[in-house]
Ligand binder design. Structure first.
Ligand SMILES: [Zn+2]
Length: 74
């Protein structure tokens, strides 16, 4: 492991960075274009704010966070 991430106060920064990375990763993996109105996985309606915030969104918040957690482990 590289140093520089274990100082006091760095843990939260690391967590924040991980979430940010996960969001960026998720966005980078999404196809550009139309957001889905209903989650591809569970068919829950995706809130309009989320569809506008993430272009080409295909999953609801719950399914996306589950996916992010799975990706974070690997
Ligand atoms: Zn879903």
């Amino acid at each position: 492991m590289a140093g520089g991430w274990s100082k006091d106060g760095a843990v939260q920064d690391q967590i924040d960075a991980s979430i940010e990375d996960a969001v960026k990763l998720a966005r980078s993996q999404l196809p550009k274009g139309e957001s889905l109105i209903y989650c591809e996985d569970c068919e829950t309606e995706i809130p309009e704010a989320r569809r506008k915030a993430i272009v080409g969104v295909r999953l609801c918040v719950n399914c996306q966070s589950e996916l992010d957690q799975q990706q974070a482990k690997s």
